[in-house]
Design a protein around this ligand. Structure first.
Ligand code: UDX
Ligand code: ADP
Length: 469
């Protein structure tokens, strides 16, 4: 294949948008077109004011501003972009199935399959197809099957190039990745395709950080990386419960074990539970794959990471109820944060959703403040659970754009996301406007508990056994 000069990416979401923006920035000689069926999303990516792009990521607006209109384009003309591109990234959503076989576990590959069929129908010349979405192992072979049997004699090479960026730090992660992983076939044509993608990344990523493997290793490595990370969070969270029963403090334990260079300090922050679009989905995929090969022990082993995470979310909600004298009926509880972590407006699988759901079952009134999540998203997240009617969610939850208003007259504040701005609030003012005793449940160990206690708050932080000293 000749040098790549035209790339297209199907899917302008949290992965496709930032990744393509970075490729366009680093490779001015390559024309990058990002397409999506969602017109509103594309319109937002094209908004004159780059601050209105649909994905909030620190630094991303500048990257888009630099490349958009030069060699970065956002469009709804999917067919045209496929036709013109030599290399096509597939970056569409692959949610967990909500119906039929594998419901609640397997990835729904409907959108991937539709993409593959569309590519097969339109392509008139040879193309390289790159899987960018997180996918179950062996998806590449399914895509290949569709492409080779429905295409019109055109040759396709399928590569797996999993994305390791984390939300909130997407721009840094893309700019200086720990590694780029590219999986391809071990045939001469496969190797040429792998090299074509290596050449693109080599425009800014040092060669030794670009790893090449076979397709299946690449697919499995992506699931495994996320499973390991999630496992660390569940491991530390499992210990918070021991800490709360004893005199141990989870922050001290995390620090003590994290200094062992074999363990390392990252991903040891105790929390109300991990969220995000990847961890749970990828582990469920791993579990599903293991079960489908009859590997029960392997499946059970990884499933425990999710069981622990669900337990942690439920436990946090139950602690709130217990500490509010076993009833939250009619009580106002303020949520600080709704996003699944700071510096993102993404709420997928956020612990806040499940904690809120649990408290709503107990008839609590919740007022939510999050610096980046809009009101309609909060309701959409709760409605998606199908626990109760949309009107009931509306009645039980208020979304408020001012943090001081959100906690005025409340019995308690629950910190669900570790946004930096929470630390800098005027906590005396907050205290003065709350019902007493004023309680804080810090699900992120974010706030300075001693300072808050000095004001008069009763504070419960995850993984410590003191409610108030
Ligand atoms: C993750 C992977 O990190 C990334 O490589 C992959 O491409 C996609 O999935 P992301 O979901 O964006 O990225 O966020 P991440 O920073 O990994 O956090 C996931 C969840 O774990 C968040 O809810 C976060 O708050 C939680 N977490 C993380 C903890 O509770 N404690 C920690 O120590 C670290
Ligand atoms: P991710 O976090 O994996 O990027 P998102 O849900 O943020 O997931 O983005 C996936 C995007 O893919 C959505 O904007 C969706 O509209 C788009 N999409 C899904 N299927 C297709 C398709 N067949 N053609 C074009 N866009 C698609």
């Amino acid at each position: 294949m000749e040098n790549i000069t035209k790339i297209c990416c199907i899917g302008a979401g949290y992965v496709g948008g930032p990744t393509m923006a970075m490729i366009a920035k680093k490779c001015p000689h390559i024309q990058v077109t990002v397409v999506d069926l969602n017109e509103a999303r594309i319109k937002a990516w094209n908004d004159e004011d780059v601050n209105n792009i649909p994905v909030y990521e620190p630094g991303l607006s500048d990257v888009v501003a630099e490349a958009r209109g030069r060699n970065l384009f956002f469009s709804t003309e999917v067919d045209k972009a496929i036709d013109e591109a030599q290399m096509i990234f597939i970056s569409v959503n692959t949610p967990t199935k909500t119906y039929g076989a594998g419901k609640g576990q397997a990835a729904d590959l409907k959108w991937i399959e539709l993409c593959a069929r569309q590519i097969a129908n339109i392509s008139k010349d040879n193309k390289i197809i790159v899987e960018k979405s997180t996918l179950p192992v062996r998806t590449a072979s399914a895509i290949k099957d569709i492409l080779t049997h429905t295409g019109n004699g055109v040759q396709f090479q399928i590569l797996s190039n999993p994305e390791f960026l984390a939300e909130g730090t997407a721009v840094e992660d893309l700019d200086a990745p720990d590694r780029v992983l590219i999986g391809g076939d071990n045939t001469p044509e496969g190797k040429v395709a792998v090299q074509a993608l290596v050449d693109i990344y080599a425009n800014w990523v040092p060669k030794e950080r670009i790893l090449t493997t076979n397709v299946w290793s690449s697919e499995l490595s992506k699931l495994t990386a996320n499973a390991f990370l999630a496992q660390r969070v569940s491991s530390i969270n499992s210990l918070t419960e021991i800490c709360e029963q004893t005199e141990a403090d989870i922050n001290e334990v995390a620090k003590a074990i994290g200094t062992d260079s074999r363990i390392g300090p990252k991903f040891l922050k105790a929390s109300v539970g991990f969220g995000g679009s990847c961890f749970q989905k990828d582990i469920l995929n791993l579990v599903y794959i293991a079960r489908s090969y009859g590997l029960q022990e392997v499946a059970d082993y990884w499933e425990q990471v999710i069981i622990m995470n669900d337990h942690q979310k439920r436990r946090f909600a139950n602690q709130i109820i217990k500490n509010l004298y076993n009833t939250v009926n009619g009580k106002k509880i303020a949520f600080f944060g709704w996003a699944f972590k700071k510096d993102t407006n993404d709420t997928r699988e956020s612990a806040a959703i499940y904690v809120a759901d649990h408290l709503l079952n107990e008839q609590a009134h919740i007022s939510v403040y999050d610096p980046k999540v809009p009101e309609n998203q909060v309701y959409a997240d709760l409605d998606y659970l199908n626990t109760r009617e949309a009107e009931e969610n509306k009645a039980g939850v208020q979304v408020i754009t001012d943090p001081y208003e959100a906690c005025k007259g409340s019995h308690a504040i629950a910190v669900l996301t570790e946004w930096d701005e929470f630390k800098g609030y005027d906590w005396q003012r907050i205290y003065d406007n709350m019902l007493k005793p004023a309680k804080i449940f810090d699900g992120r160990n974010l706030l300075d508990a001693d300072k808050l206690r000095a004001i008069g708050f009763q504070v419960r932080s995850i993984g410590t056994n003191v409610l108030d000293k």
